[in-house]
Design a binder for this molecule. Structure first.
Ligand SMILES: [Fe+2]
Length: 348
């Protein structure tokens, strides 16, 4: 079977550019799971294209679809017989993140206790937060790279409560949170007061340029933008604007679930124009807790089978970069524009 033609048909129907490699991976994933959300997780390309693929494969009688899941037909088994099943052989200790939390067992205990009462994710702000272990591991990476101890750090949106992990560590020089959701800013401020660390919290809409008092002030920023080019440009571009000097660091998450590699290329290219250089991209570093409003999302509407995810399926890569001489940020004002959705996005 020619996967190139199949890829072409799916690309044209889903309006998302996919290739032979994506099909190969999807079929390899089909040899491992029959559940829609696990299939997306293993296939590593945008949800709307994965689900469109399943419809095409059903029409071609390669799979059958029922409430129990996807099943390869006799013809399908023939098609996939030379495809290697997808395997997860990432390190079980660190879950493939490449960092240990051994040094931070006290912090881990405190953070796990404190985050229990956190506000849930709400759809209005495209929220979806990561597991506590992800937040702690992100902290550990930033610590290891020299971006925590004695540093001024800004969080642009802090759904993941990085500010609390940083605050509890007592290692930073200063922590600032700009966040649009008052439930979160209140929770972070109350936690800081209770646990006795200092934090500067402010309500900011990142569609507008960063307030002057935050420009060129920080050694590092951390953000997790919605997965469109414009939102990435806005959130990460504001982050770069907040950085003090060459050698300052930026951290952000970017997924394959809502972004094709073409979009990855566009985002990387536009960020390079700000004169930054990527130092790290860690695959599937960020694991998101199922956010509880699945049924309201486009992903749910597109799914050929309406079953709720049994385990966390949404992951993103952790990106880190550093600024070079002559770096600059994004000061464009997007007004009230909806910069949060595009053809590849599906979880808002
Ligand atoms: Fe490991």
């Amino acid at each position: 079977m020619d996967f190139k033609d199949l890829a072409k048909e799916i690309s044209s129907r889903s309006k998302i550019k996919i290739n032979r490699k994506n099909i190969e991976r999807l079929l390899g994933a089909l040899r491992k799971t029959k559940l829609p959300w696990e299939l997306v997780d293993l296939s590593d390309f945008p949800v709307p294209a994965v689900f469109e693929s399943m419809k095409v494969l059903e029409e071609k009688e390669i799979i059958s679809i029922s409430d129990a899941g996807f099943k390869l037909t006799a013809r399908g088994k023939e098609v996939v017989k030379d495809i290697h099943p997808v395997e997860d052989i990432s390190c079980s200790d660190c879950e493939g993140r490449g960092i240990t939390l051994e040094k931070f067992s006290d912090l881990e205990k405190k953070f796990l206790r404190v985050q229990k009462n956190r506000p849930g994710a709400i759809r209005r702000f495209d929220q979806g937060y990561v597991t506590p272990k992800t937040t702690l591991s992100r902290f550990a990476v930033a610590y290891e790279r020299g971006d925590v101890v004695g540093k001024e750090i800004i969080l642009l949106g802090d759904d993941d409560l990085m500010s609390i992990a940083l605050g509890l560590s007592g290692l930073t020089k200063g922590i600032t949170v700009v966040e649009i959701d008052k439930r979160l800013t209140d929770f972070i401020q109350e936690t800081a007061d209770k646990e006795g660390f200092k934090i500067n919290v402010q309500t900011v809409d990142l569609r507008h340029p960063l307030p002057k008092e935050h420009v060129k002030k920080y050694d590092a920023f951390i953000t997790d933008p919605p997965e469109t080019i414009k939102a990435a440009d806005a959130f990460i571009g504001r982050g770069i604007a907040s950085l003090r000097a060459p050698g300052s660091a930026g951290y952000f998450g970017f997924t394959r679930r809502e972004a094709s590699l073409t979009k990855w290329y566009d985002v990387q290219k536009l960020l390079l124009k700000y004169r930054i250089v990527f130092t790290d991209i860690v695959h599937n570093f960020n694991e998101y807790v199922n956010w509880g409003y699945e049924e309201e999302t486009r992903a749910w509407r597109l799914s050929p089978i309406k079953v709720r995810p049994r385990k966390n399926w949404y992951r993103s890569a952790l990106y880190r970069f550093e600024t070079l001489d002559g770096f600059r940020g994004n000061f464009k004002d997007y007004g009230e524009e909806n910069i949060y959705e595009d053809v590849e996005s599906s979880t808002t």
